[in-house]
Design a protein around this ligand. Sequence first.
Ligand code: FAD
Length: 477
Amino acid sequence: APVILWFRRDLRLDDNPALSAALSSGAPIIPVYIHAPDEEAPWQPGAASRWWLHWSLAAFDAALRARGNRLWIFNGPSLTVLQQLAHETGAQAIHWNRLYDPATRERDTRIKQHLRADGLGCESHKAQVLFEPWEILNSSGQPYRVFSAFWRACVRSLQIESPHPPPEHIPSYTGIKFNAACALKSLALLPSSNWDAGFHATWEPGETGAIARAHAFIEHGLADYGTARDRPDQLGTSRLSPHLHFGEISPRRVLHMILSSGGDPTQGTAEPYIRELGWREFGYHLLHHFPQTPDAPLDERFQAFPWATERAEMTRTAWQRGQTGIPFVDAGMRELWHTGWMHNRVRMVVASLLTKNLLLPWQSGARWFWDTLVDADLANNTLGWQWTAGCGADAAPYFRIFNPVLQGQRFDPDGAYVRHWCPELARLPDKYLQQPWTAPQNVLAAAGIRLGHDYPQPIVDLAQSRTQALAAWERIK
Ligand code: FAD
């Protein structure tokens, strides 16, 4: 009897525990992907994620075909599809790799119960994380709320397990024509209007792209990561986040590549990078233990936060479009729109502007990121937004409000990042680039800029709004 292999966000052949388990049975394998976005509600994939998913599925199907098999795509509901497949093929076993967001976790538990009641062997595996989110607890058996303590505990139990190598051949099942299977195109994951040109220029979704990026980063970027990681004007980070999110490369493979090239998780040049992988683990840990946090602040005092309602729609739109009149923020929001990704330093700055200077709820920013990021990930996005808004675990203290002008001057010192994404400001001298509203009229004129016409006036007074944000904080603290 064949074995059903249910792929979700683990679109890889390398280091795929469910695949290894299915192969070890020696039976023919039916690789399945089930399109059921409703089952992930209210966090079904946004537009940028759907773009990625389309190309990732296409790449994965090609990889399976090169090994003598193929990907069968179905429309949900997932349980019905799996039951029918098992019924039609006589499959006795189903394998998948675990997901950890609340909606799929609940669904998978329910599906497992049903399939087992039908008499099927049903097994899930750990593939997306280094540690199960429930595995690392503090000495009182409680979840960690402070990253440094969490990560110290992780590093203590970090084992250098060998990743599973990709199989040469995956025996296929030829017994039946799957009439319900559909073509990838029919899922309509790609946008109907052409906003994805910048995505194509930036990314190669799929396992080959993921492995190539990891190799390139370890060879050329890892040694300088500790200093270059904060510079959005440089290619200082790995840009593995969408590949990790869709499971095109396993965190264990990345770690193994680093450790086997001599990296040490506790010191040296590899340490800062491995620690960032640790933040990802922390995000999964928190989401597991506090499943309400994609929508609700972990710090409950923030339930009563006096968010702005006046001009909210207008300021949010200016923020989304990269038209706030604050160059470092606008550069980030435009990078996000064009490439589906934004540098981490700039994510913190734009999130701080939204939640503190504009006093708009962090949830509305998280939603915008959810729709526009190719790496949109419920655990990491929730962590990032709650951290910046000051209401999460181990969050930045509320009173630490990023000044986007100083951040720009410090982390984009030559203005290359702002000039790239806000070309209308390109001719402005460095001195005024991060704050064009301070430039004298003749300087603006020489640079060909009429503020409020070619580039917006700032939508908010940074100093005054900072004071207001601190006053709002005083009311709830
Ligand atoms: P690198 O610096 O090369 O780091 C390597 C990997 O470590 C990343 O790919 C990522 O998986 C993980 N990582 C790095 N930084 C963090 C972090 N702060 N938190 C959790 N994991 C991290 N990351 C997402 O993957 N998805 C999101 O939806 C997301 N939303 C964010 C929202 C906000 C407001 C903020 C401040 C951060 C968010 N992050 C998110 C975290 C971080 O910005 C990205 O992981 C990082 O920019 C991805 O680029 P990279 O792969 O080059 O990172």
